[in-house]
Design a protein around this ligand. Structure first.
Ligand SMILES: C[S@@+](CC[C@H](N)C(=O)[O-])C[C@H]1O[C@@H](n2cnc3c(N)ncnc32)[C@H](O)[C@@H]1O
Length: 309
């Protein structure tokens, strides 16, 4: 299949995502490890990829709640520590740390001005762009992804405070372990399904080293046809209680074609999930899951997030 991206440039996409056990889903692997995010934005923008827009509001609300609580006091003015799983080029970090929006990023990376730059020139221009937009009290965000070029771009261009490239399903290296130790929150958009409960267990082992018994919150957007129970079971072993936000789902992107839509509808039917007004209209929707230590889970997730839904 050849997909035409926003500006009429064409990128070859391997037909279906058989490599990840999703034979009806489009495969975007070729976008994930380029020298910079322009093709990622152009191609996924053609399908209105938008889950980082929801992450922007939700993760900000959650870091606000964490910062207002005992963790913020303990930090003595330092930023909270966020670890973004499957971070790609660092888009969630860019939105969490800077005064910008996903729409502004789509406009930037699709602009004629940026199209004329080499990747190296774009990295320099982006460092200045994000440098001018930093908020005073932003969290420190470490990004983790299997794609080395994407992570390298994210760090060099100033979207990420730190980054590690490697398959998260494998054993973490010592350097990665040190980077996630003491984290306050793990976040993920577009990654559950690529990574499983194995990843969450390994990262929580490392995140809780030297954390004086504190376990990070886990904030995850997961497509509605991906089972989350194995992950929440693993998280419960670390004392985390998982809530699935009720009464609200979030758009991720549009289906690439009828074949993909039908694949998704089949998965949902097998799980007994009603697609009316959501996937049957050609949009992929996610649920949102928040896992917190029992003692920090007093306010239900629906109340915590009500101002940003
Ligand atoms: C759909 S993209 C989501 C990227 C980003 N979170 C966003 O929402 O824009 C999925 C990402 O998962 C990464 N990924 C897939 N399998 C992985 C693995 N086993 N370990 C780490 N990252 C992985 C890919 O490289 C890609 O960057």
């Amino acid at each position: 299949m050849l997909l035409a991206s926003g500006e009429g440039r064409v990128l070859g996409i391997q037909d279906r995502d058989t490599a990840h056990g999703k034979p009806g889903k489009a495969n975007f692997d070729q976008l994930y490890d380029l020298e910079d995010p322009r093709e990622y934005f152009k191609t996924l923008g053609a399908f209105d990829y938008c889950v980082p827009r929801h992450g922007h509001r939700v993760f900000r609300a959650l870091t606000g709640a964490l910062g207002d609580g005992v963790r913020g006091e303990d930090k003595g003015g330092r930023g909270l520590g966020v670890v973004d799983l499957c971070c790609s080029y660092g888009i969630n970090a860019a939105l969490l740390k800077n005064e910008t929006t996903l729409d502004e990023l789509y406009a930037r990376y699709g602009s004629a001005e940026v199209a004329a730059l080499s990747s190296e020139e774009l990295i320099k221009a982006d460092a200045a762009f994000y440098g001018e937009r930093q908020t005073g009290t932003s969290p420190e965000v470490v990004g983790l992804d299997v794609a080395p070029n994407a992570v390298s771009y994210g760090v060099r261009a100033g979207l990420l405070d730190g980054g590690f490239a490697g398959n998260l399903e494998d054993e973490p290296t010592d350097a990665l372990g040190r980077a996630v130790a003491g984290a306050d929150m793990l976040t993920v958009t577009g990654g559950v399904g690529y990574v499983s409960e194995r990843t969450f267990g390994k990262l929580l082992d490392r995140a809780t080293v030297g954390s004086e018994g504190r376990v990070p919150w886990v904030a995850a957007f997961a497509l509605r046809w991906v089972y989350y129970e194995e992950i929440s079971d693993v998280l419960s072993g670390y004392g985390l209680v998982t809530e699935k936000l009720s009464g609200h789902t979030f758009t991720q992107r549009r289906s690439t074609d009828d074949e993909e839509r039908d694949y998704v509808l089949g998965k949902l039917a097998s799980m007994g999930v009603d697609p009316t007004g959501k996937e049957d209209g050609g949009w992929h929707h996610t649920d949102f899951y928040l896992s917190r230590p029992t003692g920090e889970a007093g306010e239900p997730v629906e109340e915590l997030l009500a101002p940003v839904l």
